[in-house]
Design a protein around this ligand. Structure first.
Ligand code: UD1
Length: 428
């Protein structure tokens, strides 16, 4: 068990390179099992635990997976199994993409129910509704999704809620469905478009990803391809918020500025100076920022994944800020930890009302989920004195080299063994 130690109050200077998008990678890697001919060479793969888990899962299914730095070579031609189970499968959210991908390949899938961050009730009814419309028979048995179809047939599906997972999962299965599938009220996130681009490069026929309606014309097979994953807009937002909170001047490199528009707009409203270039953003902050209000919503709205991170910035800004969380009902738990540092917040249902304070003080914190963990790192970087963060396995699920990237910007942050465990080891 490791922990992260931060000695805060340093401004951040320099540049940081953003890695490939976690939420695109964790969908594209399962999608590679649909390729029965040739190899998929996938570049810009982030070095994170969720990717490591998927690599192990694909190998268990029978795929040959080779990793060379940030490139993954997946050869799925010899996969025979349609059963994905075990700890890795139920320890991550995105393993649900194996349902759509294995159904497309084998017309059968048995996949353990997914886990992931505990940020509210995370049903998969829309995934099931969409797959059933394609002719799939689905049951939940012994903690697994058991799905089977004689054949997949295209249909029109209107999702009741805008869901990233359901949009991608049904899109995967529909690639091999006979005829045309029309998906309406879909998610428009950049990673949805990235997955569609990857599938099209393999030979799928998907049109409209990134708009409200996706049209998929079924094909008979997919072949290998070379693909590069888009940059991670949530990782980029995390570093932007950190610079805004700690002060300083940092160039955020390898990004698509368009994907960050809602975040950039809020930072400008708070008083941050931002210069946009083709594939980078310079962010400069040298004074205390103004509080703002945000409401999370599907892309292109303000991302729920950045809500916890901007929550820290609001906590040290002037005046009152209000967060309305409209996607996940239980995404304010991190404030219970931040209160120990002096954060002044009141939770009223799905709203957090934050009165900015002029300083935070370091203390011991427990990362409650992935983005909460990132928020706690930023809080530690802002706070006076030492902050110690445990349960950092949540952070490792989604942030590559996070301490190293912050250290290069001048932060005093390092990883160490949990002292309790060290003492225990000495005793035995
Ligand atoms: C994905 C992202 C996650 C992000 C979230 C919202 C991945 C691996 N994770 O999660 O980082 O926070 O999108 O942008 O890409 N819902 C239903 N029924 C369903 C599916 C979803 O009611 O079948 C609801 C959820 O409870 C939630 C909303 O729809 O309120 C959006 O969820 P969804 O977009 O599906 O989130 P995930 O795909 O789990």
């Amino acid at each position: 068990m490791e922990k992260i130690i931060i000695n805060g109050s340093n401004p951040l200077y320099g540049s940081v390179e953003i890695s490939g998008a976690k939420n695109a990678a964790v969908a594209i890697i399962p999608a590679a099992v649909m390729c029965g001919f040739g190899k998929c060479v996938i570049d810009n793969i982030p070095d994170i635990e969720d990717v490591n888990k998927l690599v192990r899962i694909l190998r268990d299914l029978g795929a040959r997976v080779t990793r060379i730095k940030n490139t993954l070579i997946v050869d799925s031609s010899n996969i025979k199994s349609y059963i994905a189970n075990g700890e890795d499968v139920h320890n991550m959210r995105a393993s649900y993409y194996l349902i759509g991908a294995l159904l497309a390949r084998f017309k059968k899938a048995v996949v353990d129910l997914p886990g992931g961050c505990s940020i509210g009730d995370r049903p998969i009814d829309q995934h099931i509704k969409g797959l059933e419309k394609l002719g799939v028979n689905i049951k939940i048995q012994h903690g697994s999704v058991v799905a089977e179809a004689d054949k997949l047939v295209g249909d029109s599906i209107f999702f009741d809620v805008v869901s990233v997972g359901a949009t991608i999962n049904v899109m995967l299965a529909a690639c091999f469905a006979e005829g045309v599938t029309i998906l309406e009220n879909v998610a428009k996130e950049p990673h949805v478009v990235d997955v569609a681009n990857f599938l099209n490069l393999m030979g799928a026929n998907i049109k409209g990803a990134g708009t409200d309606i996706i049209k998929i014309t079924g094909v008979k097979k997919l072949k290998g391809c070379n693909y590069s994953i888009i940059p991670d807009q949530i990782e980029a937002s995390t570093y932007m918020m950190a610079v805004a909170a700690c002060k300083g001047e940092v160039l955020i490199k390898n990004i698509i500025p368009k994907h960050l528009e809602s975040v950039t707009a809020k930072l400008i409203e708070m008083g941050v100076t931002i210069c946009e270039y083709d594939d980078s953003i310079k962010i400069k902050s040298n004074e205390r920022l103004r509080g703002v209000n945000i409401k999370t919503s599907p892309y292109p709205g303000f991302p729920t994944d950045v809500q916890q991170i901007i929550g820290v910035l609001m906590s040290v800004s002037q005046g009152t800020s209000i967060i309305s969380e409209s996607i996940f009902e239980n995404r304010f738990k991190y404030f219970d930890e931040l209160k120990k540092m002096g954060v002044d917040v009141k939770i009223e249902g799905r709203a957090a009302i934050i009165n900015g304070v002029s300083r935070l003080t370091g203390c011991k914190l427990k990362a409650t989920d992935l983005r909460a963990g990132a928020a706690m790192i930023i809080a530690g970087l802002v706070a006076e004195g030492e902050t110690e963060i445990t349960s950092i396995e949540h952070i490792d699920r989604g942030y590559p080299d996070i301490e190293e990237k912050f250290r290069q910007l001048g932060a005093n942050i390092y990883r160490t063994l949990n002292s309790d465990i060290k003492e225990f080891k000495n005793i035995i």
